[in-house]
Design a protein around this ligand. Sequence first.
Ligand code: BGC
Length: 362
Amino acid sequence: MRRIAISVAASTMTLSLSACGALGVTGTSSEASPTRGNDITVGVLMPEKTNTRYEEFDYPIIKAKVASLTENKGKTVYANGEADPDKQADQMQQMIDDQVDVILLDAVDSHAIAETVQKAKDAGIPVIAYDRLAEGPIDAYVSFDNELVGEVQGRSIIEALGEKADTSDKIVMMNGSPTDPNAGQFKAGARSELDGKVTIAESFDTKGWSPEAAESNMAEALEKIGKDNIAAVYSANDAMAGGIIKALEDGGVTKLPPITGQDAELSAVQRIVAGDQYMSVYKPYPQEAEAAAEMAVAKIQGKGIQFDAPRLRQGGQPHHQGHLRPAGPGGGPDAGQHQVHGRRGRHLQGVRHLHERLQGGL
Ligand code: BGC
């Protein structure tokens, strides 16, 4: 038991993030003559179901926060695009036709959805980009420091390989969907830690973040590199790590190499405990989800949104951007690392608490 507890503490990375700073909603500016009361409807569009975070955490937290901000009078309507850009565009169009008051959009394909974002704008419905930065005339954006997530993942591979790490070590990179700008940021962050220290032998952009696609890409890499020659696998998230592990096991790998992840999904935490996955990055969804709900309600009620965009590194220029960042001195990557090393045990508790809280209906 003790051995297992230690292995978890050593293997789960947590990004501790400061309060979003995304908003201090103001009630005194000239913008602040509330146009609406609490009887409002927030449309919420999430991108997929394979990854458990959206239906287990993001949406229920947003829903609960909208209710608490509106004395239970505000409603949320919800649709999940299931990794299909056309389906999501139809869902968004339906929300426009239904005249919801504001839309929170986590885009399946950030470029393809731009046209529909424009339609919402034309219909007078503000759109807030959630987690992934959608293109088109969005009104606000809330996300984590995605490049930092990639840095933490890349750094953990180097740590796992230890002092002997060098360019003879062959790494496979399983990146996220090319239609998700976050995937490029995770990759850039990881590459900033890996380049020059190890060899990226194979690198894939994974359609729709699909675990099945990750599994077949991993089988292909295994074929090319050889089952005994893979030093580590960079997996951009936990769901794909599951597919990667399956491909490695089916391919006859008996001693799994270090494999990264993200999201601290329950199944991934279990794999970490079992020693099959090396690490995961926990991003505190409640902060992001609650900030988004506050933004949405404030936007409808005619209040101003103040925001803090300290480390916008890539992407377009949204009108307002809330950017969740690491807590600690200076708020930079080292501060994140400090949190990771200093408080791992407590953060793992946090993950467990979150799962319990959601299971118990918040
Ligand atoms: C999110 C990750 C998630 C991935 C797949 C990214 O945009 O930031 O948390 O694992 O999409 O859904």
